[in-house]
Each structure stands twice: as C-alpha cells, then as structure tokens.
Design a protein. Structure first.
Length: 175
C-alpha cells in the first residue's frame, strides 16, 4: 500500500511524464511543418516513449493500492526560432525530469518505501540515457553549425540515432 506522501509524489511525476510527451509532440509538429521529416519522426517516437513512461507510473500507483491522478497539463512551447533552440529546450527539459526523478527517489528513501524505490531505478537509468541522447544530439548540431547540407544529413540520420545505455548496449526504446 502506498502512503499518501508517495502517492502524491508519484502522481506529480505522472503529470511531468505526460507533459514530456506533449513537449515532444509539439516539437514533432514544429519539425514536420518545417520539412524536417527525420526530426519529426524522432520526436513522435520520443512522445510515444514518454507516454509509456507515464502509463508505467499509472499502473504502478494503481497496482499498489493508490489512485493515479490524470491532471491538467501545462501547454508546451509550440514555436522555436531554430532547430538548435528546440533541441536545447529538449536537453534542458530532460535535466529537469532527471532532477524530478531524483527528488522522487529521495522521498521513497525518507518514507522507507523500498518497493517504490526499486521500481524507480528503471527511471533513474532511463534518465541517464535520455540526457546522454540529448547531449549527443546537441553535439551533432554544434558540429553542423549553419551548414544547410549538414542539416539535411542530420535530419536524415537522426532517424537511425542509436544511444548506448549504461551497460554499453544499444538503448532499447520504450519499456
């Protein structure tokens, strides 16, 4: 059975994961409208993955005797000056999500809820991978600079981007 403190903290993370899905979806729409099909495909996939992260939390809360709360979401930014700005926002958001997960893990330790602590370790690992991916993309964008040919190749190549997890194997997508 979840304590009210843990249930409230987990429900806060449900909202953050749902907003993350919306952020990626807004980025996909912007990229698609700008003709960046590869970036759009990547963002649609990321949006789906974030939704799966949210659903994983929802099911955990409900299975542990709590009640998952589906709340109103903050509207995401829908316009960007450049694709570099968009990916910087993505990176900054992933750092925010990592901090939120870390805070949630801290609450589980304070509450001595080791089952939830154990459950959250998947999210801790996932955030390491998400941040690494965002950094790798920003590194590629910085290499490209303002080269339009480089942007074309980046847009095509991002569809095949493979980020390796902490075990050194390719990241496996949504779990």
């Amino acid at each position: 059975m979840l304590s009210q403190i843990i249930e409230k903290a987990l429900n806060k993370q449900v909202r953050i994961e749902a907003e993350s899905s919306q952020i990626y979806l807004a980025m996909a729409c912007w990229a698609e409208a700008k003709g960046l099909e590869g970036v759009a495909q990547f963002m649609y996939k990321q949006s789906d993955e974030e939704r799966m992260h949210m659903l994983r939390l929802v099911k955990f809360i409900n299975e542990r005797g709590g009640l998952a709360n589906i709340s109103e979401l903050k509207a995401p930014n829908v316009s960007f000056n450049t694709f570099r700005e968009m990916f910087q926002e993505l990176h900054d958001h992933e750092i925010f999500v990592s901090a939120s997960i870390n805070d949630l893990v801290d609450v589980t330790l304070q509450e001595k809820d080791y089952a939830t602590h154990n459950f959250l370790q998947w999210y801790v690992t996932e955030q390491i991978e998400e941040e690494a991916q965002a950094r790798a993309i920003l590194d590629k964008i910085n290499l490209i600079g303002d080269d339009k040919g480089g942007l074309y190749l980046f847009d095509r190549d991002i569809q095949q981007l493979t980020i390796y997890n902490v075990a050194g194997t390719p990241k496996g997508g949504a779990q």
